[in-house]
Design a protein around this ligand. Structure first.
Ligand SMILES: Cc1cc2nc3c(=O)[nH]c(=O)nc-3n(C[C@H](O)[C@H](O)[C@H](O)COP(=O)(O)OP(=O)(O)OC[C@H]3O[C@@H](n4cnc5c(N)ncnc54)[C@H](O)[C@@H]3O)c2cc1C
Length: 468
């Protein structure tokens, strides 16, 4: 294989994508500098505090596995095998993610994941981290980046063979690329924002600790409280807590501006009315609601992802998406895997950068669209009878013909097929499910025994696929 030893690569951003990529590039032999605007989280304890998690699925795990990091990351992960829907009266409905019970998404601690990536990268002798360096400009022709040293304000320039922007949704590297000719860029905010809240361990909120192994609710599900235009979700943490996230519009009756965070009584009253079962196990709700900030949700698209063959973007810097498919960092880690595989295949970094930018944009657009669509599904349709019925048909057909049909959720979360293909195949299958639901309607299904219903669904599905 080509030796990359003489080549120096600068990665801007030591977040999740930047530090994983540092591991891969170092393994290939590149000299790697990682410049990060924050202080070193391993020393400053910046990442401590609240438990914030994210859902890691097949694409992220595949990328981690390539670097031998999957075992360590998954050791603490909690598998979530489906959605647990909480209706306004507190009634629960479990919806498995897949007909295959082994399929699950994994709740992992965001800060632990970041520390694991940083430690893994720092273990390479050919990686150098430089913290407190904020990128302020990039010269794509010279592959040079200018930084402000955060504590002193002085300016530092780093010149290398190639620059990789892994500096997140508000990327300074992308900002510099935007000033070049024929660079397309769009940024769209949702009308909704988010705020994180907490459900403590069972013993702290009056739930029998033996019921769910110390958790206040079943930890092996992603909990959703769909409320039409708004929703709350909760993912489990290894410390037996759940991190809840409310996704509400900024304005309106169920919006952030309708509830004064300093009015503890109104906060409690609102949650007791709209999320009664959750409110009952959130003893610190009023405090959390008051002190935790409201974040905004943005979709960023840009093209091309590279300028020439010495400047390229990965992760949120290239494609920030809304979090409703749980794919942001899964897509970011997949970027890193694909770029590294191309370097290995082509044996040259410049060619790999150009090829990566060509093949990947279409997939990022597809997951950005699917993430937006999934918000409507999660906050609204997921609780409808017709939706649950379609899911039942979908899983019946998938279990019967796993090689022929696969739901979009599975293709996105439990496979590595390109997102654009997952979207197309998922839509085709959804259309087929719709036609089976017309042939075997929900109203008739109630009168059918399970076996008979299943046989009819399979017969219609096979016929529509032209199998008989
Ligand atoms: C509410 C919410 C829930 C989410 N849930 C999930 C989920 O369940 N699953 C999932 O896969 N994804 C999820 N995501 C998305 C996920 O968090 C992001 O996709 C991921 O963090 C992006 O990683 P990144 O490394 O590209 O960028 P970041 O994590 O943003 O890292 C960028 C790094 O660059 C540094 N930086 C920024 N600017 C500069 C600069 N000028 N100079 C130097 N350094 C700089 C930053 O300090 C940071 O360290 C969620 C997002 C949100 C908002």
């Amino acid at each position: 294989m080509t030796s990359f030893k003489s080549q120096h690569v600068l990665i801007v951003g030591a977040g999740l994508a930047g530090s994983l990529l540092a591991c891969s590039m170092a393994r290939l032999g590149f000299r790697v500098t990682v410049a990060e605007r924050r202080a070193d989280p391993r020393r400053a304890g910046v990442l401590g505090g609240r438990s914030i998690n994210l859902a890691l699925s097949c694409r992220g795990i595949t990328a981690l596995r390539r670097e031998g990091l999957d075992g360590q990351v998954l050791a603490d992960a909690i598998a979530m095998r489906g959605r647990m829907l909480h209706d306004p009266s507190g009634t629960l409905t479990f919806q498995p993610y897949s007909a295959n019970t082994a399929d699950a998404i994994n709740s992992v601690s965001r800060s632990k994941l970041n520390l694991a990536m940083l430690d893994a990268a720092a273990a390479f002798q050919n990686v150098r981290f430089r913290f407190d360096l904020r990128c302020v400009d990039v010269d794509s022709d010279a592959a040079a980046a200018e930084f402000r040293v955060e504590p002193t304000g002085e300016t530092v320039t780093i010149e290398v063979d190639a620059i990789i922007g892994a500096d997140g949704a508000f990327s300074a590297v992308r900002g510099a690329m935007q000033r070049t000719d024929r660079f397309d860029y769009s940024q769209t905010y949702l009308e909704h924002g988010f705020k994180e809240l907490l459900i403590p361990p069972a013993r702290e909120c009056g739930v029998d600790p033996d019921e769910h192994d110390g958790f206040a609710m079943d930890p092996h599900a992603l909990h959703i409280w769909p409320r039409g235009g708004s929703m709350m979700i909760a993912l489990p943490n290894a410390d037996r807590t759940f991190t809840c996230t409310i996704f509400w519009p900024f304005h309106g009756a169920h919006g952030f501006d309708a509830i004064d965070p300093d009015d503890a009584e109104s906060v409690r009253e609102f949650f007791t009315r709209r999320y009664p079962d959750a409110a009952a196990i959130m003893p610190t709700l009023e405090r959390e609601y008051r002190i935790n900030p409201v974040g905004s949700l943005v979709t960023v698209r840009c093209s091309p992802w590279q300028i020439g063959s010495r400047l390229v973007l990965v992760g949120d810097a290239a494609h920030a998406i809304v979090p409703f498919f749980g794919q942001g960092i899964n897509a970011g880690f997949e970027d890193c895997r694909i770029l590294v595989e191309l370097i290995e295949q082509l044996g040259e970094l410049p060619q790999a950068i150009e090829r990566y930018a060509q093949v990947r944009t279409i997939d990022a657009d597809a997951i950005a669209d699917m993430a937006l669509e999934n918000f409507v599904e999660m906050r609204d349709t997921v609780g409808h009878e017709a939706f649950l019925y379609a899911k039942r048909i979908e899983q019946t057909l998938h279990a019967h013909m796993p090689d022929r049909v696969e739901p979009k959720y599975n293709l996105v979360s439990f496979s590595n097929i390109p997102y654009a293909q997952a979207k197309r195949r998922g839509e085709e299958f959804a259309a087929l499910v719709g036609r089976v639901a017309e042939a075997v309607p929900l109203s008739e299904s109630r009168a059918l025994a399970d076996d008979e219903w299943r046989a009819r669904v399979i017969r219609h599905g096979e016929r529509l696929l032209g199998l008989h």
